[in-house]
Ligand binder design. Structure first.
Ligand SMILES: CC(=O)SCCNC(=O)CCNC(=O)[C@H](O)C(C)(C)COP(=O)(O)OP(=O)(O)OC[C@H]1O[C@@H](n2cnc3c(N)ncnc32)[C@H](O)[C@@H]1OP(=O)(O)O
Ligand SMILES: CC(C)C(=O)C(=O)O
Length: 519
């Protein structure tokens, strides 16, 4: 069993992605979570980039315990000095210095000859060693560098004191077999390569960052540089969660290599990054996407309900994912529908299930997803006597809120035709208006779940409020949508109350449906 070190560069290369800049406080929050996740190295930033980034590296070096804290630095004394200064408080620190070794970078970008680059690499590593014994050296654009020259630069860096040699596929150009061969060739051709850990740092321009990193590990690399959610320059970096879970799930293939990552913290870390950057991962993203453990099609749902391993190669809880999600939609079948109805408290005979299934399919053809409220409505319409009209109707409400102002709401509503008014304060405007409604109706349902989400990314977005309440042992859900979050919450709450009241007061008309506290 050999360990693969996880070098997290979310706060450096990840942050280089447009729109992903973080403040020092945000970086600190992320760094604490990365430490909990169990990464070996946190590349906290590029101290020479700006005062803010210097501050971020410094703050993380001061406050985050556990992982090695690292700063990137060009092969320049002033960059390395700033990195050393920023990292001073860290218990374990690393300076990561780099210079490009490909002809195109040396000629056009650095305007340096290969001999000058070689000399600069040597000097940079030697200088960095004045600040710490842990110095990483990267040959930027290694995969497009001339082989013999690359070997010479690596050999020189090791002689100068580099303890980690990083081989970046800076522009995401490599393919897995070729990258694996590069790592093997470096191991076979660079004298004293055993004195350093070989690291890889892959970009995803051709969608192969993770595959390249894994092949490199299979062929001798022992550190992988990666980012949460795969964020990073252009198409991003290798995604940490994918590398770690591939090594874990396919340890048979990777010969027992392991990482020290606490995989149960993966989902939480991914979501924290989303919250901080305001940028969510696509639903089909491996490991952390919303759909990573969701099943909408009947054949898969049936399989997963029978045994999760039929369609899931890992347990969602192992990555801290809430749970397997069975989504009801037009591809779903009777097994999944029956299970969901059972969970909602409806036990149907085979004959009744058949009736509901037909209605469900007809509805699913019109909707992307069939929610619990839709199912409840189907059952309700099909099997229960209903009141002609919803008992509660909101006529008017008004909320006063602001800083230094106790949120206060007044509602005017009718309950089965009788007008009622009430005023309440609350812990925020939504709380105030919900309390005013409860006061007017003289009910106090238990709020089981309440969420508000924006349906579109703009400031004028439609907000969707979803609630689950329990009133006199009757559970009901409600939904409200509006550009005004208070209005969405009021509609959702009243929707749930109406459903609960109608269900409580009207008896099930079919014997085949047993009321089990939840209707
Ligand atoms: C592959 C990677 O991800 S590398 C890391 C990329 N990350 C970043 O660039 C983020 C932080 N960068 C910055 O904030 C700025 O680029 C700074 C502060 C570092 C430098 O800013 P400036 O001094 O204005 O230079 P600018 O960014 O325009 O150009 C880069 C300079 O660094 C030089 N350079 C680039 N890489 C290296 C290196 N590894 N070692 C030494 N010099 C280098 C370039 O040749 C150029 O030099 P020149 O100014 O003499 O022409
Ligand atoms: C500095 C190096 C490691 C880098 O980010 C790259 O080459 O992509």
């Amino acid at each position: 069993m050999e360990k693969v070190y996880i070098f997290d560069t979310t706060l450096r290369d990840g942050e280089q992605a447009p729109g992903f800049s973080m403040t020092a406080d945000e970086k600190l929050q992320m760094a604490h979570q990365l430490a909990k996740l169990g990464v070996d190295v946190i590349e906290a930033g590029f101290a020479a980039a700006s005062k803010g980034d210097f501050e971020s590296v410094h703050l993380i070096a001061q406050q985050v315990e556990g992982p090695i804290i690292c700063s990137l630095a060009r092969a320049l004394e002033k960059d390395i000095e700033l990195a050393g200064e920023a990292l001073k408080p860290a218990r374990r620190k690393r300076i990561h210095t780099f210079i490009a070794t490909s002809e195109i970078h040396m000629k056009y970008k650095l305007r340096m000859s290969p001999e000058e680059v070689l000399e600069r690499a040597k000097k940079a590593v030697e200088f960095a060693r004045r600040f710490t014994d842990d110095v990483e050296f990267s040959c930027e654009d290694a995969t497009r560098s001339q082989r013999e020259f690359l070997y010479r630069v690596i050999e020189t860096a090791i002689k100068a004191g580099a303890t980690v040699i990083n081989i970046p596929d800076t522009v995401g150009y490599a393919v897995p077999e070729e990258f694996a061969r590069l790592i093997e060739d470096i191991r076979n051709n660079v004298p004293n390569i055993d004195r350093a850990i070989i690291s890889v740092h892959c970009h995803d321009d051709l969608g192969m960052a993770v595959a390249n990193s894994l092949m490199a590990v299979k062929h001798g690399a022992r550190q992988v540089e990666c980012t949460i959610n795969g964020i990073g320059e252009r198409a991003g970096n290798a995604a940490l969660e994918e590398i770690v879970m591939a090594l874990k799930v396919r340890k048979d293939f990777f010969g027992g290599l392991y990482t020290d990552i606490n995989t149960r913290e993966i989902y939480k870390t991914s979501r924290l990054l989303c919250r901080i950057t305001g940028s969510f991962v696509q639903p089909n993203k491996a490991i952390v996407g919303d759909n990573a453990f969701a099943h909408e099609s009947g054949i898969h749902q049936h399989g997963v309900l029978a045994h999760p391993l039929t369609y899931e190669i890992m347990n969602p809880e192992d990555v801290g994912f809430p749970s397997t999600r069975i989504i009801l939609g037009k591809h779903s079948g009777r097994h999944a529908l029956k299970r969901r109805l059972n969970e909602l408290g409806f036990k149907l005979s085979d004959e009744d299930l058949e009736r509901i299934f037909e209605k469900f399919k007809a509805l699913a053809d019109k909707k992307k997803e069939v929610y619990d409220e839709d199912l409840e409505a189907l059952i309700y319409e099909e099997f229960m006597k209903v009141e002609e009209e919803e008992p509660i109707k909101v006529k008017h409400y008004q909320v006063q809120t602001g800083d230094n102002l106790l949120p206060t709401a007044t509602v005017v509503l009718s309950f089965r035709g009788e007008e009622r008014t009430a005023t309440s304060t609350g812990n925020g405007p939504v709380d105030a208006v919900i309390k005013a409604i409860q006061k007017a109706l003289k009910v106090e349902p238990r709020l089981i779940d309440f969420s508000i989400k924006a349906l579109t990314p703009n400031t004028d977005a439609q907000a969707e409020a979803r609630l689950v309440i329990e009133l006199d042992n009757v559970k009901a859900s409600g939904r409200g949508v509006d550009t005004d979050i208070i209005k969405a919450s009021v509609s959702g709450f009243v929707d749930a109350l109406n459903r609960a009241i109608m269900r409580r007061n009207y008896i099930l008309s079919k014997e085949s449906i047993r009321e089990e506290g939840t209707v």
